[in-house]
Design a protein around this ligand. Structure first.
Ligand SMILES: Cc1cc2nc3c(=O)[nH]c(=O)nc-3n(C[C@H](O)[C@H](O)[C@H](O)COP(=O)(O)OP(=O)(O)OC[C@H]3O[C@@H](n4cnc5c(N)ncnc54)[C@H](O)[C@@H]3O)c2cc1C
Length: 464
């Protein structure tokens, strides 16, 4: 490996982005990320415009023996996009997307957000599975799996990742695909930001919409769990082509009847991305499962579906602690527990949700991607969201309590590594989640990042 120990700062002559140090007036804005709890001070922020800039920033960090945090969309709730004392490589100036509609492939720069991808691909009537919120970064979401509305028919984001360009710890640019450096592509399919800075992603695209059917009937928690049980049974039959989640929240605002304001409710949200008329008929029974609080169901453009929940989650405004575990199945007891946990949330802004799997997601074998085992039936996510720092302890305790009290329903001790909590040592959880893939990931990490320069993630430590 090249030795950068004495590299002079003349490296900066080749840098076309913005170098922001702690003395710079832009520093505080640039170090801020989505979760308002995160307050870290890097030694330097390198806002890159080009792949060459990323190589320069990586070499600069190596020359100073500093660790690197990578900011894609900055949405990671654990705040892994920013670190204390290291170099923060910020890709927010690299958000380009190009679509080859005939080949059904999108090339996406490493700092793009899902809204960038959805807009560019839907212009051609195409899409690739992303997440549920449009300003989440493509990079972080994809590299740890990527669970979105299209998962039933088209799998996780990683299942559609066909190639990538990566700047590794020594500043080398590596192309990886099924033909070239396939081990690295495999590692990127779930192994997180451990292996280098992904400057370009290539995703397979599928015909979607533009109009799709989206169901979103809302029921009151006080009216009981029967609608959730019926929804679960509905997904037992239709889950191979309907992506869905049951989201617990608190009713409020003009969209809800006033008598429900401040009460806990749940939305049975489902997408059917085939013929919208067929979808309307198929999903209608979900709106007939009990007393409806309100119903947002309807035909809508796919891009609008992708932005439906955005207003619930404005960037930088809320303090957050989120944690999610996989469930083997969704038993009546687990549903009752999820209802009780939702009622116990200390903050009205907190959410919790039950996500189904199956379909294309479940068909991928455990060793086909670094992500690992796909035999979990469900996921349970606890999203503590609040505003006052004085409420930190109560809200973190709520998420952790829900995480612990659902353990008996968990699937092989595995968690979704994009909702990793914050502040705890997750090494054992990370290892359990990768399962039999862990040792192979350690080998790849050791090859591409032997000094663990990229360590602000669900870290896979290299062997020394
Ligand atoms: C409001 C909200 C909604 C969400 N909804 C979903 C959802 O529907 N489905 C889902 O699966 N997840 C969801 N998530 C979780 C989300 O996937 C993670 O927070 C993810 O880490 C965000 O990616 P990012 O690029 O914005 O994050 P960042 O904070 O920028 O980075 C996260 C991690 O990825 C690494 N990284 C970032 N960019 C790169 C890169 N270019 N190359 C290499 N490593 C990189 C970073 O080092 C860091 O470790 C949601 C999160 C939030 C806050």
């Amino acid at each position: 490996m090249e030795d950068f120990t004495n590299t002079p700062d003349t490296l900066l002559l080749d840098f076309h982005g913005e170098m922001i140090d702690p003395e710079d007036a832009r520093f505080d804005a640039a170090r801020g990320v989505w979760n308002a709890m995160i307050d870290r001070h890097p030694a330097l922020i390198a806002q890159c415009r080009t792949v060459g800039d990323v190589q320069t920033a990586v070499r600069l960090a190596a020359a100073r023996d500093l660790p690197i945090a990578i900011r894609g969309g900055g949405h990671n709730v654990a705040g892994h996009a920013v670190c204390d004392g290291g170099v923060m490589i910020d890709l927010s100036l690299m958000r380009g997307v190009t679509v080859d509609a005939s080949a059904r492939v999108a090339k996406v720069q490493g700092g793009a957000l899902w809204r960038d991808v959805d807009a560019a691909t839907q212009a051609h009537g195409l899409a690739t599975p992303g997440g549920l919120i449009s300003d989440t970064g493509v990079a972080g979401l994809t590299l740890s799996g990527g669970i979105g509305w299209l998962r039933a028919q088209h799998g996780l984001a990683i299942d559609n990742l066909v190639a990538a360009d990566v700047v590794t710890a020594d500043g080398t640019l590596i192309h990886t695909s099924a033909e070239e450096n396939p081990e690295l592509l495999w590692a990127l399919q779930g192994g997180g930001g451990n292996f280098g800075v992904v400057v370009g992603f290539e995703f397979a695209l599928h015909p979607i919409g533009p109009e799709v059917m989206f169901a979103a009937p809302i029921y009151a928690v006080e009216d009981g769990p029967e609608p959730i049980r019926a929804w679960r049974d509905f997904l037992d039959t239709h889950g191979d082509f309907v992506g869905s989640l049951c989201e617990f929240s608190t009713a409020g605002g003009e969209d809800f009847p006033e008598e429900h304001w401040g009460k806990r409710v749940y939305t049975l949200a489902c997408i059917y991305n085939g013929d919208p008329a067929e979808g309307e008929a198929l999903l209608k029974p979900l709106s007939e499962l009990g007393n409806i609080v309100t119903d947002f169901s309807g035909r809508m453009n796919y891009c609008d579906v992708q932005q439906l929940f955005d207003t619930l989650m404005p960037a930088g405004e809320f303090r957050c602690y989120w944690k999610a575990r996989y469930l083997t199945d969704l038993s009546d007891e687990m549903i009752d527990l999820a209802m009780a946990n939702a009622l116990a949330a200390p903050s009205d802004n907190s959410l919790s949700s039950l996500w189904n799997f199956g379909g294309a997601t479940a068909k991928v074998t455990a060793d086909a991607t670094a992500f690992g085992d796909r035999s979990m039936g469900w996921m349970y996510s606890l999203d503590g969201v609040w505003t006052d720092p004085g409420d930190d302890d109560a809200n973190i305790a709520w998420s952790r309590e829900g995480w612990s009290n659902s353990e008996r329903f968990g699937h092989r001790g595995r968690a979704y590594l994009n909702f990793p909590g914050l502040g705890e040592d997750n090494a054992a959880l990370t290892r359990a989640t990768f399962g039999a893939n862990y040792e192979r990931l350690v080998e790849i990490k050791t090859r591409y990042d032997p000094q663990n320069r990229f360590r602000f993630n669900q870290n896979i430590a290299p062997t020394v």
